[in-house]
Design a protein around this ligand. Structure first.
Ligand SMILES: Cc1cc2nc3c(=O)[nH]c(=O)nc-3n(C[C@H](O)[C@H](O)[C@H](O)COP(=O)(O)OP(=O)(O)OC[C@H]3O[C@@H](n4cnc5c(N)ncnc54)[C@H](O)[C@@H]3O)c2cc1C
Length: 410
């Protein structure tokens, strides 16, 4: 069918929304849409179980009730005020006030402390299943891009929440032959995310990254200060060690301290030095072994976050020319340094707020989402670059010439 979209076309009442990917962001978006009148949701997921046990913490801005509290973070707060106008921030706060209380209670709880990622996923999943008056149709399947396109009927909305290896990102640019043509990517660095449990309270602060690394010329372990927590006398410690591209290639995706000792003894020694300093303070011991994941720290965005270009391309029978498609979460924007879930949740809230406005022409809906997401990209770009720059400076503390080389003042 050739599509000839009009500028005033809106979503029909009783519209069907396909959410592909039930990770944290797809689940939150589904829970937000589920209670919306005139919307039925189909949620597709390929995993059978939620197994990712890493500890995550949500940003407090997700549950902010004033512009001031939304902008309270030292780095992020100023960026937000530079990028967003006050009415935009107020609109976000107004949407939060409308979030159903069962869901808001979970968000408030998660913004207070640490949770395992799979606990967040399970809680959202259970909440969706428990709301029997608005059931969500759940489909256990790995959806292909072709299947996603084929299932679209007039009036449907398609939302890709499939994470960093997005199913549809590469398909949102008409005529693109290169799958990466719709992705702008900056490789900030390669890193090991190392986690361990320590059998005493560990009060980590900003000075730890210097004083506990004084014996480490290289491979400094930078603790994620705000992600370290003590529960029932056991501290959960996470941080990052920068590695080279060559080292990244030589490592398996995941490994333990024993593997590190045998294969990269200098990195293991650095970890020992850091941990010895913690032990000197509280005389505790490590529980179990180190756990390491090697990751490329990528900062990326989809150049097109919606099917807007397909609609503008003129009459065509491509399904994306008529059905609105949105990327949300890691499928749209990826940011390192432990901020992605909150960013994905924020964008899911905005999209849910747009889909609720039934009189809003589809073209405006797509445009508004693109603009909003671009602003979120600028926000996360600025904070990630600041963090990376600070990390680079930190590597040269104690070496004034190297430090001055990195300080470009004007
Ligand atoms: C080591 C590590 C530590 C991290 N720590 C933090 C942290 O502390 N804080 C933080 O905010 N973020 C953290 N992150 C990032 C965070 O995990 C991701 O940003 C977040 O999981 C993204 O959520 P998402 O729902 O967009 O995508 P994902 O979590 O990737 O979920 C995508 C879902 O889609 C499903 N899917 C994919 N393709 C298909 C398909 N074709 N058909 C059906 N289903 C499909 C997948 O199975 C998955 O369930 C960390 C990441 C790593 C690697």
């Amino acid at each position: 069918m050739l599509h000839n979209s009009t500028t005033s076309e809106t979503l029909p009442s009783g519209c069907r929304v396909h959410v592909i990917g039930a990770g944290p962001v797809g689940l939150l978006l589904t829970a937000l849409l589920q209670s919306m009148e005139g919307v039925s949701v189909r949620l597709y997921e390929k995993r059978r179980e939620y197994k990712r046990a890493r500890m995550v913490r949500l940003a407090s801005y997700l549950v902010a009730d004033s512009v001031e509290s939304y902008c309270s973070d030292l780095i992020d707060g100023q960026n937000v005020q530079a990028v967003f106008d006050p009415p935009e921030l107020e609109e976000g706060l107004a949407f939060r006030r409308s979030i159903p209380s069962d869901l808001m209670a979970l968000l408030r709880e998660w913004a207070l402390g640490f949770r395992q990622l799979n606990a967040i996923e399970r809680s959202l999943s259970d909440l969706i299943n428990a709301r029997q008056s608005n059931p969500v149709e759940r489909i256990d399947a790995a959806v292909t891009a072709e299947e996603a396109m084929a299932m679209l009927q007039p009036g449907d909305v398609l939302i890709d929440c499939t994470g960093s290896k997005s199913l549809l990102r590469g398909h949102l640019k008409p005529g693109a032959v290169d799958g990466d043509a719709n992705t702008y990517n900056i490789r900030l660095e390669y890193a090991l995310v190392i986690t361990f449990l320590y059998g005493q309270a560990y009060k980590c602060n900003e000075y730890c990254k210097y004083y506990k690394n004084v014996e480490n010329a290289h491979y400094k372990f930078i603790p994620a200060v705000h992600r370290i927590c003590t529960d029932a006398g056991v501290s959960h410690v996470t941080g990052i060690v920068s590695i080279t591209a060559k080292e990244y290639e030589a490592m398996p995706p995941q490994f333990d301290g024993q593997w590190l000792r045998s294969n990269f003894p200098v990195v293991a020694q650095s970890m020992d030095h850091f941990i010895d300093k913690i032990k000197q303070e509280t005389h505790g011991e490590i529980i179990g072994d180190l756990e390491a994941i090697r990751i490329p720290l990528n900062l990326y965005r989809a150049r097109n976050m919606t099917s807007r270009q397909w609609r503008a391309a003129g009459p065509t029978d491509h399904p994306f020319a008529s059905a609105p498609v949105f990327l949300v979460g890691d499928s749209a924007i990826g940011s390192p340094y432990f901020q992605s879930i909150s960013l994905g949740f924020e964008c899911a809230m905005f999209l849910a707020g747009l889909l609720r406005q039934r009189n809003l022409p589809l073209r405006d809906m797509l445009d508004r989402y693109e603009v909003y997401m671009y602003k979120q990209w600028v926000r996360v770009y600025m904070s990630s670059k600041t963090i990376k720059h600070n990390k680079d400076l930190f590597e040269s503390v104690g070496d004034p010439m190297a430090l001055l080389d990195k300080l470009h003042i004007y």
